[in-house]
Write a protein that binds this ligand. Sequence first.
Ligand code: PGA
Length: 243
Amino acid sequence: MKSFYVAANWKMHKNPEQTRKFFKNFLAQVQTRNHLIFFPPAANFESCASSLLGSSVKWGSQNCYHLAQGAFTGENSLQVVKEMGGTHALIGHSERRQFFGETGELLAKKVKFAKDIGMIPMLCVGESLTERDQGKTNQVLSEQLKQGLSLQTEGSNLMIAYEPVWAIGTGRVASVEQVQEAHAHIHQELNNLGMTRTPVLYGGSVKADNCLQLARLEGVDGFLVGGASLEVESFLPIAQVQF
Ligand code: PGA
């Protein structure tokens, strides 16, 4: 059986009380061998950390800066996330690239910093609809991987999330063929970089009713789930997917 990872990206949702309530309910029900990781917004790190204390469920930040501390108003220190018990850092989500202008060069520094301090970066890559329509999907994926991993020399403790931008939050999930093809391409690129064992997660409108079919695909090592991760009822079947 392959190791399977299910990550929840809560984006800018929930307050500390809702976070505690979610985990109380979720932990009372969840039974799975899948590896689970939550990315709460920064204001909920404390409630997330205390709720998950003693459980095997991991958590991390949705973004990070590439230095441990300093005069960087508005940023959150990944070093502090680590001290609080966090283990992962989501890096280069398409919303960060699109709305906050994050470049490949900056993302490479973030990936390196996360690894340097012993956190696990999850680098997100994915094409826009225009890029897909223009037949540039593989080219875009290769470029984003090359840039994001440019300061990176090996692939342990590193994860990749393939998230076609047009499938995020739209309810429009990529077809089985599209997912398979993109994952094969990403794995190939990672092999070329000597990062053979890097898990590649799929993200983009993963729901209870499509997760089993997607989980069975070769090259899909897990999911990054947005909307469907916000409620226990909608997330449990995905978190517990078994194939
Ligand atoms: P979605 O979001 O599951 O709501 O499409 C995925 C993501 O942005 O990580």
